[in-house]
Design a protein around this ligand. Structure first.
Ligand code: PEP
Ligand code: MG
Length: 578
């Protein structure tokens, strides 16, 4: 009988292969005393383990192909930096001295102390940081304890074609496994925005996270099917299912070849509606992808990565260099630069935020934080304005909640423009200003906001979490995080209609825009501008080319009025059936 286990499909694609259970039991560390005369020796053992961990990570870095997107390297460089940080490199040495204990115990104590701090903060981004501490500490512990159950130590090619099952995987392990040509991976922990998920998407590895008990239910060597679209793992599948999925795998490789041929074709529907497809980018390493997939420019540049990767804030000049590179990479096409959007699940060490916040997503984040930290905001606005002379720059405000915030930004821009003029810097006087629709109140009043903005972009990642009141990265409520909730669909529709009424362009830059399951639904709702991770753009284009927008509209609007969950699901089946 077929056994199905469910998790979150974080990276689309289907794979069939043998399971490889990466059994990594809790690393049990016990304390023992070190005699006075052996303490320096123990410290030396600790330092050598740190050095060896560094060497391992450097060797992983070398194995990342040059063409790989920047964020993959940055995950591993973050781990390298952590190995050099006092918190991990020095404090355990102090503990060894003070307690006269073994190095592994000292490191474990320090790990527990760091994790306790992160857990108390209840900030989603810091939860990811907590995983980083675990990855780094476990690597050093394995070296100290001479444990070899680490994917990094597996011989080359031993994992080819396998489906890896693990508790969680570090970025370094994922990169190495990709190089070993694994077929897919399944983890017991992690959400859609965890590093594991982001990496799986960037590297195009089918993956499912959050499959609780996967390692106790499944065994190494058994044949598995991983369906990353549906978030399901199948074991002991019957012959019909195996045949179905083999056919799907075949189609998948054919599809990749077909998609490449779409690069030069426009995104035009069967009934001649032109759709604009833009790219979401985060790091300079992503900029080349804009041209690779022939995107119609950039619909979302998430600038927070500039702030999150270093100890210091980026200066105006440093930002200008990057923004200019981006605008030049877009080659004359529009580039939407979103101002700093931290807080919520993203935090920046060099910007002070409230220490303990019950609901970080509802607190000081995005534009709210920028309007409080005016000097940081000012330097970013200056850099964006100065970059505007190199191409078609548009400024976009995240987490916009009120018109008052917008007036504050406009007043600040007037001041900054005067300053730049006095200093002799050039800029585009009428720089278009857009707002993200992430707060339900803004969606409900979209026609009012639209009168004061040059464009709006629907940020479904946040709009959904706020509309259904379910944290976007919390495993325990992910069943509520539903893009097809009638409330969400009606809000999206209202925003699109407001755009028509006021003649301002409406785009969508949340994950929903890059998910082909929703392409036709969004076309039917009237969306004409999509912005997404470049990896999804050609597949979305293919769906658009096969769609008849007017027919879709009729079906979608009918169901929108009706609103029953079952009707929405029937609609999805019917419009995606081909
Ligand atoms: C969104 O909320 O949909 C969005 C695009 O912004 P981010 O994912 O960066 O919060
Ligand atoms: Mg958002």
């Amino acid at each position: 009988m077929t056994l199905a286990l469910y998790g979150l499909g974080v990276s689309r694609g289907v794979a069939i292969g043998k399971a490889y259970v990466l059994s990594r039991d809790e690393i049990n560390v016990t304390e023992y005393s070190i005699s006075e005369s052996k303490i320096e020796q123990e410290i030396q053992r600790f330092k050598e383990a740190i050095a060896q961990a560094e060497q391992q990570l450097h060797s992983v870095l070398k194995q990342i192909p040059e063409s790989t997107q920047g964020n993959i390297k940055s995950f591993i460089t973050t781990h390298l930096l952590m190995l050099k940080d006092d918190a991990l490199a020095r404090i355990p040495i102090d503990i060894i001295r003070e307690r006269a204990c073994n190095a592994d115990w000292a490191l474990k104590l320090q790990r527990d102390a760091l994790v306790a701090v992160f857990e108390q903060m209840s900030d989603d981004y810091l939860r990811t940081r907590r995983d980083d501490v675990d990855f780094v500490v476990n690597r050093v512990l394995r070296i100290l304890l001479k444990r070899t159950d680490n994917a990094v130590n597996l011989s080359p090619d031993s994992l080819r074609g396998m489906i890896i099952l693990a508790d969680d995987l570090s970025p370094a392990e994922i990169v190495l496994m990709k190089n070993q040509n694994i077929a897919a991976f399944i983890t017991e922990y992690g959400g859609t925005t965890s590093h594991t998920a982001i990496l799986a998407r960037s590297l195009s590895i089918p993956a499912i996270v959050g499959v609780h008990n996967a390692r106790t239910t499944l065994v190494s060597g058994e044949e598995l099917i991983v369906d990353g679209r549906q978030g399901v793992v199948l074991a002991s599948a019957d012959q019909n299912l195996i045949t179905f999925y083999h056919a799907l795998c075949g189609k998948q490789s054919g599809l990749i070849r077909q998609l490449k041929q779409l690069k030069l074709q426009p995104a035009i529907s069967q009934d001649n509606i032109k759709i604009s497809l833009r790219a979401n980018v985060e790091l300079p390493g992503d900029f080349a992808a804009i041209r690779d997939v022939r995107a119609d420019g950039v619909g979302l540049y998430r600038t927070e990565m500039l702030y999150m990767n270093g100890d210091d804030l980026p200066s105006e000049e440093q930002q200008l260099v990057i923004y200019r590179q981006l605008v030049e990479a877009a080659d004359g096409a529009p580039v939407v630069i979103r101002t700093l959007d931290i807080g919520g699940e993203k935090s920046v060490a060099s910007i002070q935020q409230n220490d303990v916040i019950m609901n970080p997503a509802l607190s000081l984040r995005g534009l709210r934080l920028c309007l409080k930290e005016i000097s940081i905001f000012r330097s970013q606005l200056r850099a964006i304005l100065r970059a505007s002379v190199y191409g078609k720059v548009r400024l976009m405000l995240p987490m916009l909640s009120t018109l008052h915030e917008l007036s504050q930004v406009k007043a600040l821009l007037v001041e900054i423009k005067q300053e730049l003029t006095n200093e002799g810097h050039a800029f585009v006087e009428n720089l278009p200003i857009g707002g993200m629709v992430e707060v339900p109140a803004v969606a409900l009043a979209a026609n009012v906001f639209a009168r004061h903005l040059d464009f709006m972009s629907i940020g479904t990642n946040d709009l959904i979490q706020y509309t259904v009141a379910a944290d976007r990265i919390d495993d325990s409520v992910n069943y509520l995080y539903d893009p097809l909730h009638i409330g969400v669909l009606r809000l999206i529709h209202m925003v699109i209609e407001a755009g028509k009424e006021t003649s301002i362009p409406i785009s969508m830059c949340g994950e929903m825009a890059g998910d082909v399951r929703y392409t036709r639904l969004l076309l039917g709702l009237g969306l004409r501008e999509f912005s997404m991770h470049p990896a999804f753009l050609l597949e979305v284009k293919q769906h658009i080319q096969k769609s008849h927008v007017a027919n879709l509209r009729e079906q979608v609007i009918k169901v929108l009025e009706h609103g029953e969950h079952s009707a929405i699901h029937e609609l999805m089946l019917s419009i995606n059936h081909d």
